[in-house]
Every structure is written in C-alpha cells, then in structure tokens.
Ligand binder design. Structure first.
Ligand SMILES: Cc1cc2nc3c(=O)[nH]c(=O)nc-3n(C[C@H](O)[C@H](O)[C@H](O)COP(=O)(O)OP(=O)(O)OC[C@H]3O[C@@H](n4cnc5c(N)ncnc54)[C@H](O)[C@@H]3O)c2cc1C
Length: 410
C-alpha cells in the first residue's frame, strides 16, 4: 500500500492554516471571502471538494430549464458586492420587487414592496449553478490549494488542529478545519457532533415554469393545506417553483404528465400569476430542521447546511450561512493581528458569539412560519388571515418582516 503524503501543501510541505471541507455555495463563498486575509497574513488555505467541476473547454454555462435557484437577500448582495463578485452574479439575477403572501381559501393577503423600503429590490433570485460558476472562477484566481475531485474520508483531532485523509491518498494537517460539507457526509457524526433533527414530514418539489405573462418581479408565497408553495421570479420571464408536499404524496405529483402537473398546480395556486404554460424537470428534496449541537471546537468550525438545514419556505438557509461566512472572516481578521492562530478558541469563541443570536432568530422565524401555517385548525386559520390582513395594514410590522427577510436586520 502506498504511504500517504503528510502535507496538504505539496510545494511547501507545511500544514495548512485553514482547510475547507466542501466547495459548495458556502465553502466556496468562504474561500473567496478569505482572499484579503490570505494576502495580508500569508495564510495557506486548502479547499477540498468531492464533486468534479465542469472540465476546462466545456461550453460556457447555459441556463438550463431545470436549474435550481435561490432567493438572495439584499444583505447577501452587499456582501458579494464587497467581494467584487456581484457584477458577474448580476448577469443572471432577477430582482424581487414585490412579495405577495396569501393563504388558500382565506381572505388575508400581505404585500411587501421594495419601494416602501426605498430599496431597489427586496432580494434577487439567482440560479445556484451560476453562483457556483462565478465563485469557482474567482477561486481559480486565488493563491490557495484546490483539491477537486477529492473526498475527505476521515477527520481526526491532532495536537495542532485536525488531520484529514482524502480518498486520493493524501493526508492533510490543518490548524482550522471548516466543515462546509452540507451535513450529509457523516464527518460531523464521526467527530461526535450530534444534531437536533426535526423532520417536517414534507418534501419540496422544485421546477422551472414558463408563464403566460411577465412576472414583473413579483415573488409569491402561498400557504395551502398541503404546505407552502412559492414562486420566485427568474430572468427571462420564467419562475422557480418550490411546492411543498406531505412526505409520500410527492411521488404521485412527480409522476404526473406535464399537462396534468400544470393543471394541478394551477388549481392549487390560482390565476394570480397568470397561466402556467410549461414545466421543466422536477426535483424533490425531503425537508427537516437540522441544527448541529456544536458549531465550534478547538480547530473546527461548522458552517452552512452542516450547521443548520432549514425549511426553504422563507428562503433563509444560504443567506444565514453567508452571514456565518462574514462573521468567521471578521473573527479571523480581529484575531490574527493579535497573534492568535486561526483555530484558537479565542477566534472561534468570537465567531460563535457573533453568530448565536442571528442563527437563533432565523431558525425560529423559518420554523415558526412553517408551523403557524401548517396547523389545520379553524380558529388558527382565522388568526392567520387576521395576521395577514393585519400585516398588510400595520406598516412598521410589515416593514420589519421585510427587513428581516432581506437580511438587513438580525
Ligand atoms: C428546495 C430548497 C430551496 C432552497 N432555497 C433557498 C433560497 O431561496 N434561499 C436561501 O438562502 N437558501 C435556500 N436553500 C438553502 C440552501 O440551498 C443551502 O443553505 C445551501 O445550499 C447550503 O450550502 P452548503 O455549501 O452548506 O451545502 P451544499 O450545497 O450541500 O455543499 C456541500 C459541498 O460539500 C461537498 N462535500 C460533501 N462531503 C464532502 C467530503 N467528505 N469531502 C469533500 N467535499 C464534500 C459536496 O460535494 C458539496 O459540493 C434552499 C434549500 C432547499 C433544499
């Protein structure tokens, strides 16, 4: 058997300062945000990503009809602007100018508009594949080590941080390891970090839709007895559907012909956005609330879905994770000039204290929304309708809700 090499940095033979496990949306965003610190402190950073990237020479990214998209809050846009990435991202970003919230069979409707907040947009909808492309292009320009495709198979605490073994036979030593693996690789569990998991017994069905009329930048959130249904405006007049189903019932909807699927969707959603003309490939995602019981340990930080997987109803998961990225970089920026090592508990404790409140608030907000609208009780329905009507009337409350959703308030 071949002996694995013990240094991540093949050129210098030294351990790395920061190893990021996972080059998905969160890991790649962190690596990009670390760029100034890499230069200022001569940090050695490695990113390990299991999935292969598109090969060099492959055609330019094409917006495919079935691509998944995310609602990006105004606060996240500002962050990407500071990193100099927004200009490229904006090419495929559709501004959300209005949000329309309603409940099926009830009177209440809430409308949020960007102009009320003197903002250009309440947020933006971006295909995940495009965000990934922009982030990975920037990563390719940075002085860091990129292991891809390579999977971290084991992670073991060591005297100076953690030792990682990769499936390509390499062995890496890192002062700070950031777990940004999306939470499904089993690494967290192997470190003995438990999670609280509450299944929602719901599945999100995702698809792109072609509409009979322009969406005008309106996003819709409709609460139905089966769960919330969201429509997000995309570039080119299409809309992204996020349709929640009770677990088990999605199989039938997935198997419907396009014609029957569109008919059923129209019946569930009504005509307020026009007619649904065409549907792309459908994908399904089981939904649960998963939160890691620990997000920092000496030499370790847990970020993104590995730290918290939320219901997509409020479109908060990636936005929350991005604020985690900012806080980690700020904690490093504060600690490194004082001689702290990246994995020290002074740095990580600072990071954790910056995160705690925001994380708690957003998880409570998203989970509360799912539960409030998921309980089928006549009195509650009236209360919700009153709440929606009330929200529409009470400007400051509605504006506070919008600012939270935009990531401008924690
Ligand atoms: C249906 C749905 C809709 C959503 N909509 C929104 C929205 O509108 N707005 C929003 O803010 N959020 C949204 N979210 C949440 C958002 O998608 C997640 O927060 C985000 O994708 C998390 O990114 P991540 O990088 O943490 O995880 P992932 O995207 O899962 O990335 C993890 C990466 O790690 C790699 N990896 C895994 N294991 C290893 C290993 N052992 N070694 C090396 N690499 C490894 C994987 O290949 C992957 O690339 C939505 C989620 C769902 C399910």
């Amino acid at each position: 058997m071949e002996t694995p090499s013990h240094s991540i940095d093949q050129e210098t033979g030294r351990p790395v300062d920061i190893a990021i496990i996972g080059g998905g949306l969160v890991g790649a965003s962190l690596a990009c945000a670390l760029a100034p610190l890499i230069r200022r402190h001569d940090l050695r950073v490695a990113v390990i990503e299991a999935a292969p990237l598109p090969l060099a020479g492959e055609p330019e990214w094409q917006p495919s009809f079935d691509a998944r998209a995310s609602a990006i809050a105004q606060g996240s846009r500002l962050h990407f602007e500071r990193l100099g990435l927004w200009q490229a991202m904006a090419r495929e970003a559709e501004p959300i100018r209005r949000i329309h919230i309603s409940e099926r069979g009830r009177l209440g409707v809430t409308r949020l508009a960007a102009e009320e907040l003197s903002e250009e947009a309440l947020g933006y909808v971006l295909p995940n594949a495009w965000m990934g492309r922009v982030l990975h292009r920037r990563l390719a320009e940075l002085p860091l080590t990129w292991h891809c495709p390579a999977r971290v198979e084991t992670i073991t605490p060591s005297a100076t941080g953690h030792r990682l073994t990769l499936d390509d036979g390499q062995c890496l030593e890192a002062g700070l390891t950031v777990l940004a693996d999306g939470g499904r690789s089993g690494l967290k569990e192997r470190l003995g970090i438990d999670s609280r998991a509450t299944p929602y017994d719901q599945v999100a069905l995702i698809a792109n839709l072609e509409m009979s009329r322009p969406h005008g930048g309106t996003a819709y959130e409709r609460f139905t007895p089966q769960g919330p249904l969201a429509l997000l405006p995309l570039k080119g007049g299409r809309m992204e559907l996020v349709w929640t189903h009770a677990a088990g019932s999605e199989a039938e909807t997935l198997a419907l012909s396009d014609h029957d699927f569109l008919w059923r969707l129209q019946r569930a959603f009504g005509d307020r956005a026009g007619r649904f003309r065409r549907v792309g490939k459908r994908h399904s995602y089981p939904l649960s609330l998963v939160t890691a019981r620990e997000t920092v340990r000496p030499g370790l930080a847990v970020l993104g879905n590995a730290a918290h997987a939320l219901h997509p109803v409020a479109g908060q998961g990636f936005n929350l994770a991005l604020r985690g990225v900012i806080d980690l970089v700020e904690a490093l920026d504060a600690g490194l000039p004082r001689g702290e090592s990246p994995g020290s508990m002074t740095v990580l404790g600072d990071f954790e204290s910056r995160r705690d409140r925001d994380r708690h608030n957003v998880i409570r907000f998203s989970d509360g929304l799912v539960r409030l609208f998921g309980i089928d009780h006549p009195l509650l329905s009236h209360a919700r309708a009153a709440g929606l009507i009330g929200l529409n009337l009470v400007g400051p409350l509605r504006r506070a809700l919008a600012r939270r959703a935009m990531g401008l308030e924690r």
